[in-house]
Design a protein around this ligand. Structure first.
Ligand SMILES: [Zn+2]
Ligand SMILES: [Zn+2]
Length: 141
């Protein structure tokens, strides 16, 4: 993480066209280093590329949470509970999204609304399911 901050600093230094960004919804000033820490899976170069892109609009975390909440409501209207693939307990959309908060909203939507996809009430069920799956595929050989 610290390395990436350094890399990003070095990339920004020579730029004279570095963008100042504001949240498109509430107008709050945004900081590229916050953007980096929210997207640690991207390289510093990628982060800067996205930041400088004129095609994209950014929002602050509060607005992001608000938008995500709105999206979740829409998904909930289509399908609000699913059953755990392993133990068959009901899972509600909000606890699922909290448990999997690394998922982007469109990824969550794809998984949740695809009834053939595997969903689990917690990581223990997920582990057990894949463990059993592993064993049964060994048995098949
Ligand atoms: Zn905002
Ligand atoms: Zn379960």
């Amino acid at each position: 993480m610290w390395d990436k901050i350094q890399q990003l600093r070095e990339l920004i230094k020579p730029l004279n066209t570095f963008k100042r960004r504001k949240c498109w919804r509430c107008g709050k000033d945004l900081n590229i280093y916050d953007f980096l820490s929210d997207n640690v899976e991207y390289s510093a170069k990628r982060i800067l590329g996205l930041w400088q892109s004129s095609m994209l609009e950014f929002h602050c975390c509060e607005c992001f949470k608000f938008l995500k909440g709105g999206e979740l409501q829409l998904i909930e209207r289509i399908l609000n509970t699913r059953k755990c693939t392993y133990c068959n307990e009901d899972i509600d959309l909000y606890s699922y999204s909290k448990l999997n908060n690394y998922l982007k909203i469109y990824e969550l939507k794809d998984i949740w609304l695809n009834r053939k996809s595997e969903v689990f009430c917690n990581s223990i069920c997920r582990k057990k399911y894949y463990r059993d799956l592993g064993q049964s595929s060994i048995r098949l050989k």
